[in-house]
Write a protein that binds this ligand. Structure first.
Ligand code: ITT
Length: 187
């Protein structure tokens, strides 16, 4: 039976598809709209989202919520990354960081999986890096071109999906979820 991933973001679906294929997991995409609550913590956002998506579909499914947390901006844009990307974009974030020497940042991801009548399971991942001096690379989406992965002179925007999946916050959260899911299927 296919595993349902509810997301409005096709890039996320492509990234997770690559990981699912490696596990031999069949993935199905649904764009079912759900209301996302606002909270400072991604786990608190993803739990009700998973529950709601599952109640709407009446089927087991998962959702994923991610954000970019910039140290010098005290974690901004964090859980508000979608809105900030749509309003300020990469240029706006780079302007906020102009003259800032502490450029540390991390991407975080939380995956919520829910089955009808059950409490959601949550899995997380994160990757450290820095905000690049300027945007680099045309690949990926969102803040990818301004995020330099720690110890690499490469932004996510300069990586193929398979390379981004070796490091990314999303890949780590999804790998934790898939391992749990496979163990449970065996039991
Ligand atoms: P959903 O329907 O799955 O919620 P979304 O695009 O709204 O799709 P999020 O709320 O999780 O997803 O993402 C918040 C934003 O953070 C997203 O729109 C991007 O701008 C940014 N973002 C998240 N993950 C990213 C990644 O891997 N690379 C670059 N930007 C990312």
């Amino acid at each position: 039976m296919a595993l349902i991933f509810v997301t409005s973001n096709r890039h996320k679906f492509e990234e997770v598809s690559e990981l699912a294929a490696r596990h031999g997991i069949e993935l199905e995409h649904r764009g079912t709209p759900y209301i996302e609550i606002q909270a400072d913590n991604l786990e608190d956002v993803v739990r009700p989202s998973a529950q709601q998506a599952c109640a709407l579909l009446k089927q087991p499914c998962f959702v994923e919520d991610a954000g970019l947390f910039v140290q010098a901006l005290r974690g901004f844009p964090g859980p508000y990354s979608n809105f900030v990307f749509r309003t300020l974009g990469n240029e706006g974030l780079l302007k906020l960081m102009a003259g800032e020497t502490d450029r540390r940042a991390e991407f975080r991801s939380a995956v919520g999986y829910c089955e009808p009548g059950q409490r959601p399971e949550v899995f997380t991942g994160k990757v450290k890096g820095t905000i690049a001096p300027e945007a680099r690379g045309m690949r990926g989406f969102g803040f990818d071109p301004i995020f330099l992965v720690e110890n690499m002179d490469k932004t996510f925007g300069e990586m193929e999906i398979s390379e981004k999946n070796k490091f990314s916050h999303r890949a780590q959260a999804i790998e934790a979820f898939f391992s749990w899911y496979e163990q449970r299927e065996k039991a």
